[in-house]
Design a protein around this ligand. Sequence first.
Ligand code: PLP
Length: 394
Amino acid sequence: MKLNAYFNDIKESYLFAEVGARSAAYAKAHPDKKVLKLGIGDVTLPLAPAVIEALHGAVDEMSESATFKGYGPYEGYEFLRESIKNYYVTYGVKVGLDEIFVSDGAKSDLGNILDIFAKDNTILVPDPVYPVYVDTNLMAGRKVIYACANAQNGFLPMPDYSVKADIIYICSPNNPTGAAYSPAQLKEWVAYANKLGAVILYDAAYECFITDNDTARSIFQIEGARTCAIEFCSFSKIAGFTGTRCGYTVIPHELEKDSLNANKMWLRRQATKFNGVPYIVQKGAAAVFTEEGQKQIKENIAYYRRNAKLIADCMDRLGIWYTGGKNSPYIWLKCPNGMGSWEFFDYLLENAQVVGTPGAGFGQNGEGYFRLTAFGSQEVTQEAVSRIENLLKK
Ligand code: PLP
């Protein structure tokens, strides 16, 4: 027996462990101080009442033989795919029912999709990056190259035709930087991918945070994307499903190469390795798209948006450069006075008892930057912001 030696190429994921260890050590040494956390990427508000009601209803259905459900369709129940299809229509995108695949979340699909791609593809990811894109490819022995995201390009790298990539990851609005591409910028990526015969794996997990019309909600709003893109979406941030687990992936029929069809391959892959998302969960997810559900989840998103604005306004008053905050729950700021990411982490923890996430943990280009998130409670966010302001305005 041999184990997969490519696992040696993956860096130990120490970022959140190290953040946790340093915060815990500080709290232990200073039991009188209250440490406030603006580092988490998880939601804190409970599921919307409409979702809870649908979940209860589905549980009851499971208790009667007339309504009991066993294995469901690999690609998800039609009632949910129909709702997703209609949701796309609200921002002008037409996708077919059989182009939508329901899953247990974007993270699984982002990793699993690699089953349909050959091993010798070159992978282009931005730096800094959501680590899943890198690690899933390194595990399979693929070559990963980086597109530099930095202050000069507003942390939105654009295509470089001297770079030959086969699989391109784009996350917009971005984790960790909060930066989001305009349709004009995505048009350039679509043109590049179509010219090279590459595919864009488009992570739209934070699409619900987009508030303006200058930012794309879906890669499929861009002409030409149907021949070069797959889109990954999640109920995690739009409706607080981080623990409930549901997402969906859209693969257009036009995505083909050498007489192989990506949509058909993915259905085949799911049929082989996946037995679907629980009926109960899919019922809960469908409730997100009802009139009542939409009203309720929008209130929750508005709550996080107000937190993001509190943080962004504070950065504006302090004159600190940042991206995100507007179409995103993340604020990605330049550490003041030329501090390094971890240096600023310690400084903020020791002097304001506020915890964030050091940008260096997301890639080389993250050094000197820091991520704050809007997923905390309003009280904690408000208190953390005033502590940061008092400390940094000195
Ligand atoms: N994509 C990005 C960019 C994320 O930040 C996250 C979660 O934090 C995910 C995907 C995972 O989404 P899900 O909870 O649907 O697996």
